[in-house]
Design a protein around this ligand. Structure first.
Ligand code: G6P
Length: 741
């Protein structure tokens, strides 16, 4: 309240000063104006004395002069009127005597001396003396004395008027300020204080209910704090609970401590082609997007928890503008936790290394989804050069860190482990392959299979999602390179170096139970926004990639509606398909195929406010996808081949209500763990159609049983558990003594 008072007092003081200064000038100018007016009236009266000539001033005509003076002297407001000769002697006056006539004496001389009118204010009298001329000669002086007390009265009136105006202003200013302060500052502060009190008291509070307006920036910071506080609280509570149970779940906090201990405080380095935050231009603005990538979904929470550095390709068109002179940027942008270092590639390098060798060569080679791999020599050269470039960028960052720990990600960097070891023999290097590894015959068609395997075996640890891929890899090495395979320990010995090969099924960060859930999304509203109506919702979330079986999924939906026509008009399937690798023709053709297929099926079953497939082929943020996961009756993951597929896990993680059914392709890594999903072969359209029906008609208790099992496992085998296992394996490896020096 004191601050409010001071604020208002300052405002009123400022307003008073403005009014006082303006009143002062106003009074001064009014006074001058009134006085000039009196001067003017004096001059007019002097004009009336034209009839007074030299003769009139002579002694014989004095009577006439006195008459004239008497005639004008009696006018209202005139106190005295007198005529003097050129020597300053009084000739006639009205009244005969008045003290003011003596006051005016100096003016008479001044008017005679300067041959110009002279005037003066004396108390409430206005004295005016003007020479009387005839034929250019000064005959004498006329003196006019007026009562000017009205000027004083007028100025007082003006002063009072302004004073009352000031009072009114002060009142209005105080009132308006009070209201503004109350509505826009005090009320939000009050609301925020209550909100913080609730949080301090441990009540679950909707973080979005923080005040907006003037405190919005503060509120957003406070929201971040609340989130951190909530997770810290949850982690502590979880730890306490688990300590009691003598076992413990892996949390971000626990991983952080674990990694700190295992790496002795040294930072963790991750190299992955796809960066976790991309700066892209949207008109004149720069926007940050999180790319659609299972790799990013899995790995990012680890760096958030442990800190460290992610080295990735700067692929966003505004990426260069946002980094420092070392090409680094602290991320996540709104709550920095680790460093992203961007490596730049020319469009030629990108075309050869990323689009060409990685995604037209290795991707179809490893996925066996009936798209023929293309191996171009030029692409291979770019792939080698890009691996060298990343090795250099990493080596620069590793300088000063002894025995650094490097986690290399995916098929873009098969050569990188060896290149790192050449530069830093003391480094511990793990390579995690996020996509499947095919059988030796399939891999054998790659012209550079020996070089790729040799590069990979530079790593101390090579990880795949499932045992089946580990087996395929070891068999491929066995058939291709001279080496010793230790089938007992699952390791490769080559040129005195050992590489362990391990199945490590990747996962996601299971949502923190302490973070309050937003309200359950309204299914009807979600569909209404898409221009359709139906009581049952299915959802699919993918990069539009030919390995994801999107066309097969649509055909299964078509077959389902044909077989069970009662569901036509009642089931809508929403496909959130993010465009991917769109510079590759196969991907362009696939996108067209997906669109045409959706269109064809929609034509067949569409009705008023209804089409069975809603295809949303644009990038969606996690916040946009989440409501669909939560509102869906079933989710379809029908990849023809997939290393893991984290969409399946994200769907399960978002179902805190323990309902909804996951339909999952048996060709995903996820299917090896998620046995409570409805497992399908996406090539088998008829059975997949039946699986959709089974999912829709599944009893709620059965849904809950399955979902609870899926969630229970996912909660334990989360991404922190995965990272801890990886770090544990990697740090347990003994580096040869000579290398660690
Ligand atoms: C797969 C790969 C990732 C890749 C992601 C998205 O999940 O294993 O390495 O990041 O697809 O593909 P993109 O080419 O856009 O990075």
């Amino acid at each position: 309240m004191r601050i409010t008072f001071r604020f208002i007092a300052a405002l009123v003081l400022a307003a008073s000063m403005v009014v006082a200064i303006s009143t002062y000038f106003q009074i001064r100018s009014e006074k001058d104006k009134l006085r000039q007016d009196l001067d003017r009236r004096g001059a007019i009266l002097a004009g009336r004395f034209e009839e007074v000539d030299s003769a009139a001033l002579s002694a014989p005509n004095r009577r006439k002069l006195e008459r004239v003076v008497g005639k004008y002297g009696g006018r209202e407001g005139l106190i005295a009127l007198a005529v003097y000769d050129a020597g300053g002697n009084s000739l006639a006056s009205f009244p005969a005597t008045a003290p003011e006539l003596d006051w005016a004496r100096p003016l008479v001389h001044s008017a005679l001396g300067s041959a110009a009118p002279a005037s003066k204010m004396l108390e409430t009298r206005h004295l005016y003396a003007v020479p009387i001329r005839s034929d250019g000669q000064i005959l004498g002086v006329l003196t006019i004395i007026r009562d000017a007390s009205f000027i004083q009265a007028r100025l007082w009136e003006m002063g009072w008027h302004n004073f009352f105006r000031l009072l009114l202003h002060a009142l209005l200013i105080s009132l308006v300020s009070l209201l503004i302060i109350r509505w826009n500052i005090l009320a939000p502060i009050d609301q925020m204080a209550r909100w913080m009190k609730q949080i301090r008291a441990g009540e679950t509070v909707d973080i979005l209910s923080a005040p907006g307006g003037i405190l919005a920036p503060l509120a957003s910071e406070a929201n971040q704090l609340v989130r951190s506080l909530a997770s810290a609280r949850a982690a502590a509570e979880e730890e306490a609970r688990l300590r009691q149970r003598a076992q413990s779940l892996w949390t971000a906090e626990r991983l952080k401590e674990y990694v700190k201990e295992k790496l002795g405080g040294r930072p963790l380095f991750v190299v992955a082609n796809r960066e976790p935050y991309m700066h892209v231009r949207q008109g004149k603005k720069i926007q940050v997007i999180v790319p659609a990538s299972g790799l990013v979904t899995g790995i990012e929470p680890i760096l958030r928890a442990c800190g460290g550095m992610w080295i990735g390709h700067g692929a966003g068109d505004a990426d260069r503008e946002t980094v420092d002179e070392h090409d680094r940027i602290a991320v996540p942008p709104d709550e920095p936790q680790y460093t992203l270092k961007r490596v730049w590639l020319s469009s030629e390098e990108e075309a050869g290394y990323y689009y060409g060798f990685s995604n037209e060569g290795l991707w179809p080679l490893c996925h066996i989804a009936h798209t023929r791999p293309i191996f171009r020599e030029e692409d291979w050269r770019h792939y080698q050069a890009a691996n060298e470039k990343f090795a250099e960028a990493l080596a620069e960052e590793l300088r000063g860190t002894e025995e650094p720990c490097v986690l290399v990600q995916d098929y873009h960097f098969a050569l990188l482990p060896r290149l790192i070891k050449q530069r830093r023999p003391d480094a511990r290097v793990a390579l995690f392959w996020h996509i499947p590894w095919p059988n030796p015959e399939a891999f054998g068609i790659c012209p550079w299979q020996r070089e790729l395997l040799d590069g990979m075996l530079g790593a101390d640890l090579v990880g795949f999602h499932i045992q089946f891929h580990c087996n395929n890899f070891l068999e491929t090495v066995d058939r291709t390179l001279e080496s010793r395979i230790d089938w007992e320990r699952f390791a490769v010995q080559r040129r005195g170096h050992m590489t362990l090969v391990k199945p490590l099924p990747i996962s996601i960060a299971f949502p923190d139970p302490a973070v309050p859930l937003k309200d359950l999304p309204d299914k009807g509203r979600l569909l209404q926004n898409l221009g359709v109506k139906a009581p049952i919702l299915g959802v699919g979330v993918d990069r539009v990639d030919y390995t994801k079986g999107i066309v097969e999924r649509f055909r299964a939906i078509e077959r389902f509606l044909e077989r069970y026509p009662v569901y036509a008009g009642r089931v809508v399937f929403v496909e959130l398909g993010a465009p991917s690798r769109t510079r590759i023709k196969r991907y362009q053709d696939h996108m067209t195929e997906v669109e045409l297929e959706a269109e064809r099926i929609n034509q067949k079953f569409k009705g008023k406010d209804y089409r069975p497939i809603v295809l949303l082929n644009t990038h969606h943020s996690h916040a946009e996808i989440e409501p669909f996961y939560r509102a869906a009756d079933f989710c379809m993951v029908t990849s023809l081949a997939d290393g893991m597929n984290l969409v399946a896990k994200e769907f399960v993680a978002s179902r805190a209500d323990e309902s909804g059914v996951l339909i999952l392709s048996r060709f995903t890594g996820a299917a090896w763990e998620m046995r409570d999903a409805v497992i399908v072969n996406p090539y088998d359209t008829g059975r997949t159609a039946d699986a959709i029906r089974a999912a829709i008609e599944m009893a709620p208790e059965e849904q809950t049983r399955r979902m609870a099992n899926l969630r229970g496992r996912l909660k334990e085998q989360n991404i922190y558990f995965w990272a801890a296992r990886l770090i544990e394996e990697l740090t347990a490896i003994r580096l040869p003594a000579s290398r660690s020096s």
